[in-house]
Design a protein around this ligand. Sequence first.
Ligand code: NAP
Length: 331
Amino acid sequence: MRAPVRIGVMGCADIALRKMLPAFAASPHTTVTALASRDAAKARAAAGAFGCAPVEGYDALLARPDVDAVYVPLPIALHAPWAERALHAGKHVLAEKPLTSRAADTTRLLALARERGLVLAENYLFLHHPAYSTVRELVDSGVIGEVRALTASFTVPPRPADDIRYRADLDGGALLDIGVYPLRLASLLLGARLDVHGSVLHHDRPTGVDVGGGVLLGDPRTGTSAQLLFGMAHAYTACWQLLGSAGTIALDRAYTPPADHQPVLRIERAGVVEERALPAHDQTTAAVASFADAVRRAARQCAPDDAAAADVLRQADLVDAVRDRADIAAT
Ligand SMILES: NC(=O)c1ccc[n+]([C@@H]2O[C@H](COP(=O)([O-])OP(=O)(O)OC[C@H]3O[C@@H](n4cnc5c(N)ncnc54)[C@H](OP(=O)(O)O)[C@@H]3O)[C@@H](O)[C@H]2O)c1
């Protein structure tokens, strides 16, 4: 497949209209064919701005032969059922994070995608920011000595009362919507062998969802640990610090930097602080290019990306373990 990958979008989600649709439309690697909504008028109003076809209903989107891949930015409980239908319809899938609510569903869907030679990807945009390869190079070059620990937090202020994140029936809550970011970061920076040693979730009785929490992770082979905080009843934070035997590296605005934002790595060694400004990078554009590349590789029947699938599954297992081990504080 040399032509742009033809994308169908499932639902007029805020993240789709604000970030992903503009990126799909601007990319030379993708073209937006259709935008589906449960509501025909909503689809018409939104599709006009992107020059694509409005579609009523998600099944109608999956029935279109001019759609190679679907982007699924639905409430979290709907990711698995619609990703599964899309795979059965022969479409590649880019699903919003988290790909599913339960690792068992992730396992099943990854197997289905593999069996059908289709791409199934999870949309963590920050993984496409080169700031993280710079951090990897710094760590590998020994700038902070041996890595000992990570502290990270991602917290946001309360959302409007009707937000999907307050809907228990749609698998809302802070762990699945926000906590998944520092968890993914911990695997990225500390490696694959992280166990959950403890977690706490703050359960909000009126809504029935968790609105915050904390996690302690550890690597039993090395003693490396991570302390993570997340929430949606908090002041805004999106920062982390990697602590080594000889120094620290820290980053702010870690997960959703705007395309023109220059990340500043704060490196501290022996009391000397260096602030290293990195080039701005549009991680959304990069994520779109990466997905299109994966789809093209699949269309050429290249070997499936087992490492990417293993990362997705490991993340799902970690999220399950955090939830299953959690002490619940209810208010
Ligand atoms: N990667 C990122 O940076 C990022 C950022 C924000 C959010 N997200 C993820 O993206 C997903 C969507 O988040 P969002 O804030 O954009 O959501 P949102 O604005 O509430 O949109 C969700 C969409 O899902 C559709 N939908 C289908 N069934 C629904 C139901 N029963 N209730 C409500 N909506 C329903 C609706 O589209 P129609 O009415 O048009 O059918 C709605 O517009 C979540 O998984 C979230 O975690 C990712």
